[in-house]
Design a protein around this ligand. Structure first.
Ligand SMILES: NC(=O)c1ccc[n+]([C@@H]2O[C@H](COP(=O)([O-])OP(=O)(O)OC[C@H]3O[C@@H](n4cnc5c(N)ncnc54)[C@H](O)[C@@H]3O)[C@@H](O)[C@H]2O)c1
Length: 721
């Protein structure tokens, strides 16, 4: 028996071993769509009816993807009935897989996520390659849903409650080694021998009892017997396990994300229940979740990220240059972070600073990040040593002549950056690229005196570099498209999401942040306690409050940026004159362990009351502003500046602006971004509140013309309705 359907190839050997290869034509990845489900469903019927098949192995025909999941497009805009039908069809499909009358083996190499992971959970045995490309997991909560093709039901039954909660609630994916440790796969095999191993393994299982439907209630059997501790936790300790999981989710999400909570409820009620009952709970949970706009927002973000993967950063035909070696100027907060990231991705990096202690700090900062990985066993000692050996540094220009790209992260001062560029020109080849990590200074100005301005470009990372996913790519008036495309490509290779923005002071994200941070300082000067301001913004969903952010960015760096932006837009971004005082007393934030807050080691322990005295303020007793007032004072100026940016064409679209704010500042993804927030609130309501604030607090709140226009014509900023 053999057949070639559209997505699945079947070959059955004389020994009754069926080999099914999933290879979706015309696509780089295998994913489930309505037509793929239909095809597999028919194939499973044929396999079940066959008398000759004694065992089955499932392979992928794609080089580094097993099954990436279900096609997100198909459920993002679907009606409730369609979602129910899609989920129930998927569950029925995998039920058929679980009930095949012979042992089934998944030979996993590459991404095996979402519906892919649920497929292998419905099989009897799972083998994984040892490649780093192999990732098995259930990322559904990241899209605002739960694994509802049986994943929420089968994973806890297969690997136990604790491990399953960890994977499902965090949307985790595990490599082969970690998946084996968790009990999610049975064997990890060197990639080149996976195929032969899987075929032999399956032959060895012929005639054995199946695990995929042999457990309690018809669900899968546990992959290996529960330990005493697991038995306790899943027995009398069960209530505590779920209550702890809820507490952890609430702490992490502040209740803004319903999906993990729904997952906990589905697991709590479904674990140990008959399989069909547990599966029905999954369906109901997903139906409740897709009603909320959060799913649309998270899926929208996912599509934006997919878009970025297809872009070049310039015209579609422009090709990036190859980058083999990278230079970094300045080994401070940002330079050190950029050097670490580049070396982490395998690039040899040459650092330069004017101070030996800063260079030493750069090495130390990089080593610290890798040491954390070492501690968590995400890295071996040999890998640690290998990455450290990619870093080198000096106080002079030695070694910069061979760098294809040099990223500048020195002081935020135009004259300094121009001087550094001149010095670099003297040592670099004519094809090398100079990328500035400036936060606010226009690239065109930095390139003004350059010998070859075509190769000067902006590559703006966010702090902390190893964590923040955004890179703004800025082309100056003369930057060559090939140069922009090279930076765009490099940002992606460094694991970041690049967004191209127009060359203007502060570019996009910092320009929008400036009125927010400035207003936070003004709230402080009006007598609001710093922790109340920060708490309000955390409650809104920001990862850190604005005053905390000033400490993280560096009060000195933020002040320099504020001065530049204030000079460009004095009426919208005035600076409170007392703010500069803090820097003169050495209060630069986290990096000097002296900022608005007190620091013990890395830990922010609480507000520093001496700040108030330094600013000439009494220590505030209680904050007079409410959550809503703080939200209006801080978020609406950002909305207003976003409207100015859209009108000025700083960024291509509202969706790109939202992507940049989420990835550059941690603006709450569940809100869909700053522009989505404004649209959801209603532009007329936004304009009305800005008008009130403008009459009460000053002209800096005056609504942007684009907002007024949208309010008048009852349009959203996204412009659809
Ligand atoms: N801190 C942030 O959050 C952040 C975020 C994005 C971008 N930036 C930008 O990155 C740049 C650096 O900021 P930072 O926070 O790392 O500052 P930093 O003060 O921590 O580091 C600057 C480093 O540059 C070195 N330096 C000064 N002049 C030099 C020269 N001529 N040659 C070589 N090194 C020199 C200094 O000794 C120092 O080590 C600035 O342009 C800043 O606006 C900062």
């Amino acid at each position: 028996m053999s057949s070639t359907d559209t997505a699945f190839r079947l070959a059955v050997g004389p020994d009754g071993l069926a080999v099914v290869t999933f290879d979706l034509p015309g696509e780089k990845v295998n994913k489930y769509s309505a037509s793929v489900v239909k095809e597999l469903d028919a194939l499973l019927d044929r396999l079940a009816a066959s008398k000759e098949i004694k065992a089955l192995v499932l392979f992928s025909g794609k080089p580094n993807i097993f099954i990436a999941g279900a096609d997100v497009k198909e459920f993002s805009d679907a009606s409730e009935e369609t979602v129910r039908a899609t989920v129930e069809r998927g569950q029925a499909l995998l039920g058929k897989m679980a009930n095949l009358p012979f042992p089934t083996v998944a030979a996993i190499h590459g991404a095996c996520l979402g519906g892919g992971c649920e497929t292998v959970l419905a099989m009897d045995w799972r083998l994984a390659s040892d490649s780093k490309k192999t990732q098995v997991g259930l990322p559904e909560v990241k899209l605002g849903i739960i694994p509802a093709w049986g994943g929420t039901t089968r994973l806890p039954r297969t690997i136990g409650l604790a491990g399953a909660l960890d994977i499902i609630l965090n949307g985790k994916a595990l490599d082969g080694k970690r998946a084996k440790k968790a009990g999610l796969v049975d064997e990890v095999v060197p990639e080149p021998s996976l195929r032969d191993f899987a075929l032999t393994f399956a032959r060895g299982k012929v005639g054995t009892k199946k695990r995929s439907n042999a457990g309690p209630g018809g669900g899968p059997q546990r992959a290996r017997p529960a330990t005493v501790q697991e038995k306790l936790l899943e027995g009398i300790g069960r209530k505590i396990v779920f209550s702890k999981a809820r507490q952890a989710v609430m702490k992490q999400t502040r209740g803004h994300y319903p999906a993990p909570l729904e997952a906990i409820a589905a697991i709590e009620n479904g674990f140990g229940a008959p399989l069909q009952r547990a599966l029905a709970l999954e369906v109901e949970a997903v139906l409740r979740l897709v009603k909320s706009p959060i799913v649309r927002h998270l899926v929208g973000l996912f599509f934006q990220m997919e878009e970025v993967k297809k872009e070049t950063g310039a015209a579609p035909a422009v090709k990036p240059r190859k980058v083999s070696r990278i230079g970094v100027l300045g080994a401070g907060v940002m330079g050190g972070g950029i050097a670490q990231l580049a070396a982490d991705k395998g690039y040899p990096v040459r650092m330069k600073d004017i101070k030996a202690e800063m260079l030493a700090g750069g090495y130390a900062a990089a080593a610290k990040i890798w040491r954390e990985k070492l501690k968590k066993r995400r890295m071996t000692k040999a890998e640690f040593a290998g990455k450290m050996s990619l870093l080198s540094g000096s106080l002079d220009w030695a070694g910069f002549g061979t760098c294809d790209i040099t990223i500048e992260a020195v002081l935020e001062k135009l004259s300094v950056k121009q001087a550094v560029l001149k010095e670099w020109e003297a040592v670099s080849t004519d094809t090398a690229i100079f990328a500035s990590n400036t936060s606010t200074l226009p690239i065109t100005k930095i390139a003004a005196g350059a010998r070859i301005p075509e190769r000067v470009v902006g590559m703006h990372f966010f702090n902390p570099v190893h964590k923040m996913p955004l890179v703004e790519v800025i082309w100056g008036a003369k930057t060559a498209p090939e140069v922009t495309a090279t930076i765009f490509d490099l940002a992606r290779r460094m694991g970041k999401t690049p967004v191209v923005v127009k060359d203007a002071p502060g570019f996009l994200v910092n320009r929008i942040l400036a009125p927010y941070l400035g207003e936070a300082v003004r709230l402080l000067m009006e007598g609001n306690p710093m922790e109340a301001i920060d708490r309000a913004m955390r409650a809104f969903g920001m990862p850190v409050g604005p005053i905390e952010l000033l400490d993280d960015v560096g009060i000195d760096v933020a002040t320099k940026g504020a001065e530049i932006l204030s000079a460009a837009w004095p009426s919208r971004m005035p600076i409170d004159p007392s703010f500069g005082k803090l820097v003169t007393t050495g209060r630069c934030g986290r990096k000097t362990k002296k900022g608005f807050y007190i620091y013990e080691g890395e830990k922010r322990t609480g507000p520093d009351p001496s700040v108030y005295a330094e600013l000439g303020l009494p220590v505030p007793a209680k904050g007079p502003a409410t959550q809503q007032q703080i939200e209006d004072r801080l978020i609406l100026p950002m909305v207003n500046e976003a409207a100015w940016c859209l009108a000025d064409g700083i960024v291509e679209s509202p969706a790109k602006l939202d992507l940049a704010m989420i990835f550059g500042t941690g603006f709450p993804p569940f809100r869909g971004g700053l522009v989505r927030y404004a649209d959801a609130r209603g532009i007329a309501a936004v304009v009305a509140t800005l008008d009130t604030l403008s009459s009460e607090k000053g002209a800096r709140f005056e609504p942007a013309p684009l907002l007024v226009e949208c309010a008048k014509s009852n349009r959203t900023l996204y412009g659809k309705e």
